[in-house]
Design a protein around this ligand. Structure first.
Ligand code: BG6
Length: 471
């Protein structure tokens, strides 16, 4: 492990900040989502319903507690802290020409507090966040105008914070929407609600294209503003294994990985891979991809690969010559792995596999910006004995170390997801906790918001102190 390895934790603005309508902030897409659970999906409401519960509105009120929380991160020894900038704090409706000073000031204060505690901020520009105002008025990323709105937002952030923030990412888990049948993913990635009768797949490829162009333009702009800035992509890395060594399974996995990770090829290499071009042609998609877009993609390749890793998937061959992959249809269970209570397969070795796969393919520095274990913790005598979380994290860190020390990959850092308990993205629950710091807040919104250190707090403190030697 490198001596300047960036150990830390990660959250996203909408999952922690709360203060959803404070300081001039407008509603974000996440503010329109009710709470669900492992069996019930979150509902996206077009207006705020008086009787519904919206868990992101208060979240853990990090907006008012950040100083106390940063003190705890410092105590754990964090070298970095990943969060996002709430786009609707800066541009409340989304299409304003002038940013909201109060929103900008909040992030100035937050970054100053981190830096004063020797913690480097690592920032995502859009982590499932975009102002709901422009989503409603323009239909989300189905509109090319979103490129203008996003790059304006990115420019304001780079200009304002470039002396405080070195590592940036453009869009969080941009490839979640590869599963275009998941309405939640498409809404949070792209602010899109499908219309009756439209080709969902084509709509999502068009939106993705605009995001990729906007991302590339942001990378270029960041380098012009300050050449020392490092801008990465952020991929949900869920490697898809073949079910067996049957060549049909092997080939199906190739097709499945193409469909999940083509975004990476574009963001790292600056052009569409051949397999996507032939796919678009076969499907007869009429995508709006201009010559200028192609130039923009080429000029805005990312500096590093940021990714989240929680689990791996498995698929089986089905004789389809095109190797088409539909996540809701083509996944099967891995008989070798256990799952969390939320059905997420636990596969630490998959992290070593992923690091090797990405490094072999792209030869770029990487940053594991999310990894963690969601569990229903029990607070007893002001603490939580979360050995299950320690086991999960320790197994993953060990595999990460092997990838660095034995396989020689270039890894910048590792941030534990939800280092402080926060609202679950997929279910909107508080009960699906990832933190090393417990927050007294319940699924129904009750709770004192008090913070408590879990056993994993002290465990991670030691991991960081020994630079991963004592795990
Ligand atoms: C990633 C997201 O998908 O996984 C986070 O970037 C999210 O926003 C995390 O919270 C864990 O997922 P969940 O649904 O368990 O909160």
């Amino acid at each position: 492990m490198r001596s300047d390895f960036l150990w830390g934790g990660a959250v996203a603005a909408h999952q922690v900040e709360g203060a959803w309508n404070v300081g001039g902030k407008g509603p974000n897409v996440s503010d329109m989502m009710t709470a669900g659970n492992v069996n019930t999906k979150r509902i996206i409401t077009e207006t705020l319903l008086p009787d519904a519960y919206y868990p992101n509105h208060e979240a853990i009120d990090f907006y008012h507690h950040y100083k106390e929380d940063i003190a705890l991160f410092k105590e754990m020894g964090f070298k970095c802290f990943r969060t996002s900038i709430s786009w609707a704090r800066i541009f409340p409706h989304g299409d304003e020409e002038v940013p909201n000073e109060e929103g900008l000031k909040f992030y100035d204060d937050l970054f100053d507090e981190l830096l004063a505690n020797n913690i480097q901020p690592v920032i995502t520009l859009s982590h499932f966040e975009m102002p709901y105002g422009i989503v409603k008025d323009y239909g989300g990323w189905r509109s090319r105008q979103f490129i203008t709105f996003f790059t304006r937002f990115a420019k304001v952030c780079f200009e304002r914070y470039h002396k405080k923030v070195k590592y940036w990412m453009t869009f969080n888990e941009i490839n979640n929407q590869a599963n275009y049948k998941s309405e939640g993913s498409v809404f949070t990635n792209s602010g899109i609600i499908f219309q009756e009768g439209e080709d969902k797949e084509e709509v999502v490829y068009q939106a993705s294209h605009y995001e990729l162009v906007a991302s590339a333009m942001a990378v270029k702009m960041a380098h012009e503003i300050d050449p020392s800035l490092q801008v990465g992509c952020m991929m949900a890395m869920t490697p898809i294994y073949p079910y067996s060594c049957n060549p049909d399974d092997m080939l199906k996995a190739v097709g499945a990985n193409h469909k999940r990770f083509w975004y990476l090829d574009v963001q790292v290499r600056g052009y569409y891979p051949g397999y996507m071009k032939t796919f678009f042609k076969r499907k007869n998609f009429h995508l709006d991809i201009t010559e200028d877009d192609i130039v923009a993609l080429r000029e805005g390749c990312v500096d590093y690969i940021g990714f989240s890793y929680y689990m791996s998937f498995v698929t089986k061959g089905d004789g389809d010559v095109y190797l088409d992959y539909d996540e809701s249809r083509d996944l099967c269970k891995n008989p070798y792995l256990q799952e969390t209570k939320w059905g997420w397969p636990i596969d630490p070795k998959g992290l070593r596999y992923t690091l090797n796969y990405l490094y072999d393919r792209y030869q770029l520095p990487m940053f594991i910006v999310e990894n963690g274990f969601g569990a229903n913790d029990i607070l007893e005598n002001h603490t939580v004995h979360d050995q299950n979380r320690i086991d999960y994290l320790s197994a993953h860190i060990q595999e990460m170390k092997k990838a660095c020390d034995i396989d020689g990959v270039d890894l910048l850092g590792y941030t534990v997801w939800g280092c402080i308990d926060c609202v679950s993205f997929s279910t909107g629950e508080m009960k699906k906790r990832y933190g090393m710091i417990y927050v007294d807040k319940n699924n129904d919104g009750s709770g004192s918001l008090k913070r408590y250190k879990k056993d994993s707090f002290y465990w991670y403190q030691k991991v960081i102190k020994t630079n991963g030697e004592e795990i």
